[in-house]
Design a protein around this ligand. Sequence first.
Ligand SMILES: [Zn+2]
Length: 1002
Amino acid sequence: MHDRRMLTQERVERALRERIRPAVVISSVPLEITVNHLPGEPIPALEAIAGEFVPARAGDRWGPPWGTSWFHVTGRVPAEWSGGRVAFRADLGFSGGPGFQAEGLVYRPDGVPVKGIEPDNTELLIAERAAGGEVVDYYLEAAANPPVIEQAFRPTDLGDVRTAPRDPLYVLTALELIHIDETVRALGHDVDVLLGLARALPENSARGGEILHVLARMLDDLDTGEVADGAARARETLKPLLAAPADHGAHRVSAVGHAHIDSAWLWPIRETVRKCARTFANVTSLAEQYPELRFACSQAQQYAWIRDAHPDLFARIRAAVTAGTFVPVGGMWVESDTNMPGGEALARQFVQGQRFFRQEFGITCREVWLPDSFGFTAALPQIATLAGMNWFLTQKLAYNETNRFPHNTFWWEGIDGTRIFSHYPPVENYNAELVPADLAFAAERFTETGAAGRSLVAFGHGDGGGGPTGEMLERARRQADLAGSPEVAVQTPAEFFTAAQAEYPDAPVWVGELYLESHRGTYTSQALMKQGNRRSEHLLREVELWAATAARRGLADYPYEELERLWRTVLLHQFHDILPGSSIAWVHREARETYRRVIAELEVLRDAAQRALAGTGDRELTFNATPHPWAGVPALGAAETGDDGAPVTVTREPDRIVLDNGLVRVGIDGRGLVRSVRDLTADREIVPAGTAANLLQLHPDRPNTFDAWNVDEFYRNRVEDLTTVESLNVEGTVVRVRRSFGSSSAVQTITLAPGSRTVEFGVEVDWRERDRFLKVAVPIDVHTDRATAEIQYGHLTRPTHANTTWDAARFEVCAHRFVHVGEPGYGAAVVNDSTYGHDVTRTLHPGGGTYSTVRLSLLRAPRYPDPDTDQGAHGFRYGLVCGADLGAAVRAGYRMNLPRRTLSGGGPVEPEVVVDDPAVVVEAVKLADDRSGDLIVRLYESRGARARATVSVRTPGPAVETDLLEEPRPDGRSFGAGGPIVLELRPFEIVTLRFASGGQSE
Ligand SMILES: [Zn+2]
């Protein structure tokens, strides 16, 4: 027999596209249209509805980029459609996929939103059985969101309302009523699934051949007349094909409805609020027609926006949550980046998220839901577990450029040994549409076959929102138990994880970070996001510490409301396109303003608390917010300013300037290059001969795609050392060097403080480059095969070589406040005040062996999606800590980020909490979120070793160990009132202690 499969496939596809789908609409009638064009910022519905409307019609142009047009549509259902299925259909001038262009939200005349309108989702059902003459009266809020995504990584001015053109972008295509033929629509779904399945099956599969043979017979009959007349008969012909049950051992798919909504990205935050309204309205409306829908919805922030902006819609969400169709997941405030947020901030993502879901819905989430974040810190398993999570999900590992991640279902083990059951869906797409090809791909890619047999598929339009559609649910119904297809069950993530874990309890273990082999530029792009985040996090620590200390002494009220609001703002900005710097110009412009405001407000709160603690008097007091004593000032307290140590001398020698504080001697040559750093205590030179520390280096940086996200490894092929000096001055104990390069300039400072083994560097850059990468190199004369980087509540090590493809792919990595390199007995650390991107390499030493070079990534200049990324003034501080073990590195990292402050006052401020083991670090001191007045102290073991610490509280009440949500852990420790607490900690263990307010002093 001749093979006619391809011919049949093409025949069926054309019939579906040109005959069956067009026959779904029996007839249509245009509606009366008027419009209120609002080219500026959005306004509330009732305000817009009360505005001036003018006549409009299909074919009109509307919508300058980012503008809004409110269309008012009125009409009546034609009498002859009585009893039929009738819908309102809108086409705003769609071309392309949903979420990245014009979008609409239909409102009732009383201002209550009903349903979103997007490409692939253009209808609002008026009635299953319409009454002729029924009045139709709706408003459609149409958003002229420009197609930034279509720019294909070319610079665009569409990304900010201030630079975008003002001409209308869209042409109104249709606002009409349609009369729908349900049987033809159902036939379309049947054919869609069967044709898709035939295509997805292997070429010579018997099942595929059978499907095509029957589809051809069905078309032979349908071709003889009108589709509408033959549709019922055609469905009968296809029925046996759809009734054939799934094969034994078929892969099982848990299909989870979803809409990945980036909290800001190629649109500003204000548009995300509207995207959520459209998507959530879509979902509640869809669940009425498809009660089997399970819609997993993360990000408490997005619910909070809808609660505040659309109470009616929020009430519908609440009802859907109760009904089980709308499923809060993730337990985080937003789907944050996890590389850069500090430990406490990452903990608060869960605290704020879980608390919101509990308060609003009585639900505690059990699955971390981060399909799209750019790699995952090895601190996450412990943090998530302490926040009540049992499971972890991500889809992003599909972006790995070098190595395929070896597991789909696995236990993920963090730095402290906590393991969390994890899933990386083999469908490799969190915007799946449940077409047979998606499912076949998932089954084919699933790495655990044999040992396990199920995977999760998140379906629904996402990134820009939209969510699941009726078509997708029709596919799920038809593929629930279908020969040749994986079995599809619409389920919640918790249902999937429960079954997956039961089926595969001995899943393989992945230890350490889930490094993403892509998007490495996000540790550096948009430097002011990184600085705003780092400063905010440390100020939040200070405000909580000093305010709790003052409140426990009755000296001031604790600023609960301010702290909650400011935390939530900082957490929102850790969203995986804001802190990473991958959003449009508008988002980053607003974020810079927000960080300025947040920092100013936190400084006021910190100052007020310190003032209350200092009391009145004229003694000079130094406040130390770091977790270690500092020059006579206790950790977490204040004392009279003491003497730091021997003064620094500056000597001008013929060919160099020398800074010396008796501990460290720094030699700087005539070009301002640090040629020598001698550790006088260890009697050891740190800068390898022939190299220079604090060396600025400039690379070209033109990634192949995803400019703001990616730095491709070939950037390293060319480098320019910035050694030309314009001026070199000594001001006191500060050496100041001015350089120019390209269109930019930099002023570097080098200084030593009395009593410190840290050489402090600063650089002010006027950055005017494009597509370039600025780094600063600190070569360190130690021979080692690994570098240690601080992460949340601890650190991890990474190799400095490229032996394997996994090592080679980590050519740019994230570190928090320090990177440490060392040999047994001697090491050094590079600390920073706001840098996250680093690379650490090894170089052959002229005298034998190798030395290590730590480089900080200071600035990039990608041009998409923000064409002016990082142009302008920047300042960075960093330091080289001589003779540092890990303990010294931890301490120096805190000091770099929490400078001491002096105030005049009455006398010392005794710390509220004292810990006697420097390895056990206090990360947070605060009052309990439940406003009981209880004191919360969170600490962790910082060196990766066992520790025994005595924790003393100034006024000890009884204490219990809690989870991150400040609730007693079922297996937690408890301590009676009165005495100090002796804590045994395992390596990197995080412990939260809650001290009852009963012990509070008067
Ligand atoms: Zn995303």
